[in-house]
Design a protein around this ligand. Structure first.
Ligand SMILES: [Zn+2]
Length: 117
């Protein structure tokens, strides 16, 4: 079952306070990791790439570009680095306002932004 949770044998629901990937603040949500997390869940953990309400408002005119590894055969693995580009820089900005970039593309954009500043 997709939305079911398997209890951790030692930590049960294994809860953590969700934090925002972009600003690092707590989102106010409690994530129940259960046995999906191998040890006791830390007090705070980033469990989603969805921006918190504050970041969503702050970056509503931007696309959040996340540096990630991986290919089409596996889910992207974010490095933790990201940048925000105005939506008008994109021919067709992604609906959810988030896109993943390879290390090479990310660094190319990063250096272009640096030299333009
Ligand atoms: Zn945030």
């Amino acid at each position: 079952m997709k939305d079911s949770i398997t209890l951790h044998p030692k930590y049960g629901l294994n809860p953590t306070l969700a934090t925002c990937f972009y600003c690092g603040k707590e989102t106010g949500e409690i994530a129940l990791l259960g046995n999906g997390y191998k040890d006791e869940a830390p007090r705070n953990l980033c469990v989603s790439l969805e921006p918190c309400a504050e970041c969503k408002e702050k970056f509503k005119d931007y696309v959040l570009c996340i540096e990630a590894e991986g290919d089409e055969s596996s889910p992207p693995l974010p490095s933790g680095r990201w940048l925000a580009l105005r939506k008008h820089c994109f021919k067709s900005p992604p609906n959810d306002g988030i896109c993943f970039m390879s290390h090479e593309l990310f660094m190319t954009l990063y250096h272009q932004v640096q030299s333009a500043a």
